[in-house]
Design a protein around this ligand. Structure first.
Ligand SMILES: [Zn+2]
Length: 167
């Protein structure tokens, strides 16, 4: 059963909690978080964030795609963030997935998209690559504070992966 009606009901029952009169759309902590869309990652308690603190950008893998860069660029250039945190995780659905099989399934449906799934073999090296891409992205005026973390949904631990420049 589709869940959208339940969602509308949920929102209607707590409008007083959801309203944020006067809360600035500019992130209070001046930080943008790019994270995997995985259901097990509850970013706000994990990172000690409250509503209004940060921009949250999520996609499959928490990968630095063109669209993630678009959002991060808007976050910095329009809304004043100066720091980026990338959150990937153990047990990601993209870890060990087959780029070829995914492309073949799309092709079978007559689709040849201009994006890739983003399957990867190793979370740490993938995250380091993302950090390097961000560090080189001139779309982003603020690149002095870019960090990468890997969450383990089984243990709840969050570990840092240092970018190549810090190694
Ligand atoms: Zn994931």
């Amino acid at each position: 059963m589709p869940y959208a009606d339940e969602m509308l009901k949920a929102a209607a029952s707590r409008g007083h909690e959801l309203a944020a009169p006067g809360l600035s759309p500019r992130p209070r902590r001046k930080v943008a978080v790019l994270a995997c869309m995985d259901t097990r990652i509850d970013l706000f308690p994990m990172l000690g964030l409250q509503r209004g603190d940060a921009h949250i950008i999520r996609n499959a893998g928490g990968l630095v795609t063109d669209d993630a860069l678009r959002s991060l660029s808007a976050s910095q250039r329009l809304l004043g963030t100066e720091e980026i945190v990338v959150v990937m995780h153990d047990g990601c659905g993209l870890h060990g997935a087959s780029e070829d099989e995914f492309a073949q399934a799309l092709a079978a449906d007559g689709v040849l998209p201009n994006w890739r799934l983003g399957a990867f073999e190793e979370v740490e090296s993938t995250l380091r690559h993302s950090l390097a891409r961000l560090a080189a992205a001139r779309e982003l005026p603020a690149r002095d504070h870019i960090r990468g973390f890997v969450f383990n949904p089984e243990t709840g631990s969050l570990r840092e992966v240092r970018g190549a420049a810090d190694a």
